[in-house]
Design a protein around this ligand. Sequence first.
Ligand code: COA
Ligand code: AMP
Length: 634
Amino acid sequence: MQKTYAEIYRAWKNDHKGHWAEAARAIDWFSEPTDIFDAEQGVYGRWFPDAVGNTCHNCVDRHVTAGHGADAALIYDSPVTGRKARYSYDELLTHVNAMAAVLVDQGVEKGDRVILYMPMIPEAVFAMLACARIGAIHSVVFGGFAASELAARIDDSTAKLVVTASCGIEPNRVVAYKPLLDTAIELAGHKPERCLVLQRPELAAELKAGRDVDLGPALAAARDAGRIISCAPLAATDPLYILYTSGTTGQPKGVIRDNGGHMVALAWTMRAFYGVERGEVYWAASDIGWVVGHSYIVYAPLLNGSTTVLYEGKPVGTPDAGAFWRVVEDYKVSVLFTAPTAFRAIRKEDPEGALVKRHDISSLRALFLAGERADPDTIRWAEAVLGVPVIDHWWQTETGWAIVGNPLGLGQLPVKHGSPTVPMPGYELHVLDDAGHEVAPGTLGNIAIKLPLPPGCLTTFWNADERFRSACLSEFPGYYKTADAGYVDEDGYVFIMSRTDDIINVAGHRLSTGAMEEVCASHPDVAECAVIGVADALKGQLPAGFLVLKSGVSRESSLVEQEVVGLVRERIGPVAAFKTAICVKRLPKTRSGKILRGTMQKIADRVDWKMPATIDDPAILDEIAEVLSGRRIV
Ligand code: COA
Ligand code: AMP
């Protein structure tokens, strides 16, 4: 009989290594792990330190060798271009081999960093897997970031090569990638040797002689020649990828994922958590630029031998709020995973769920939500219109897979709306006060994970062990600080309430208000500023910037506001959705000079707030409230 969640969690708690040794059997290793965890290696220990394997082999070759080559591996559906394609595991292997051959021909070797600045097209998946095949470390950069964000990632990773496409396609415009890449390379101190550019029919890019390579013909030549590049034998501890995520400064943090732990953890989640079998269709409606896309568009479904859907479209507007149901019907999707914001967008356009009824979604077994807090209202609506379990789960770029969730594959636990349910095996959660003492059930505190982190979680930040220690491990010794605040109730259900740092979540996208403040402060007329996340019914949160102008600035404040909005779009990118900058006379501060961002946010969100005891001048908060109501923000 299948074990229950409680049995598996208990067994893991009694024997961490035993649990993961068992899970590691699902992986096809070149050399099996004999040592499961070595506490002496790395920053907090390393999983499977003596194992050798290859992630691409487990995602592709292995299924072909096992006789499943004809099964569908990847379905590409692009309502923004009208293109659709289906790749079997056999075909995926051919394409990945061709991409790997092109990379090798350009001199890419094991350990080299390759930046992928790609829209949601099959070549992006081929490139990720090709890097994994040869042991190159990919770093995917989301298309909605600006050139300077791309430059920061090129510099930090010192990438040898960039793979890109001529454009991405947003419903309202074609986004020319190549000029952004050219600017990024100009801005970057480190210059990649080569850029492989895939020309899309929607917009041609100009290629720079000597540096840029036309990727399409190079791939075709490699395919025609039947090039085969064998999977490199990699240590389980070798890095698979770097994914940059927002930190508390403008400098993004390069989360490193290893090969072995990542394979073991993700393969385990597909069956035990999502309840998906080989051959079933799994769709994560996210973007490969985010962690959800890495883990659940690319790696986990392919490790599992399932079919994954790569959707180049939006939940609404491509062409309407029925787009998701059309995809579910067309490909018989079993499990859908997306961010709550997508459902809020769909609900806004189709409040009665009329478009759902126009499609046969009987293949759908469950909807999983993550990326931001899933508000109970949205969950209830989704449950009602879909008639399937709606499962919230909490995780972070750093962890790569669910910390807390409701494991469908082990038998669904009762749902409490507003809670992502219970910790997964691998995670021992503690709720701590600021001094590091455990708080009572039901009491809000800092959520911390007892070390070691399980397989699949970040091992460190790229070239920045010390930053990893100081940002994540030093505040609560022996624990990883999640920077999320929440509580655990009497039944052990976890509730995630807010971040404890400057991160905000805008339409499921993780952004740093600190990074936005750095940009606002760089405007020559701005003396000081504060950026906060204001609650938004659709996107969860939206950033709003408060600017204090330098004395003597005589220009219209509305002009400065517009310029600052433009500056954030230019430096961070459209994804920041920074559309509100407001000039104020002064900012509320404590007597020691700390800006009271939390109180400003409460005023903007119209929730109860108390006058902070340490405030320097209480009148400033009234001024802020007045400005916000004048702008109709409250
Ligand atoms: N390349 C270039 N620009 C992009 C982009 C990309 N890949 N993705 C988004 N942008 C742009 C958008 O075009 C928009 O630009 P605009 O200011 O000119 O309109 C801006 O960035 C903000 O985008 P977004 O916040 O996504 O807003 P939206 O109005 O375009 O769409 C949703 C709203 C809710 C439909 C959309 O955010 C969504 O589908 N979210 C799902 C969240 C998700 O996938 N999260 C990943 C974790 S699960
Ligand atoms: P990201 O690294 O982009 O995945 O963002 C991680 C952050 O998003 C977390 O630290 C949380 O603040 C938030 N988050 C993600 N999933 C959830 C969830 N299910 N409930 C509440 N917050 C979430």
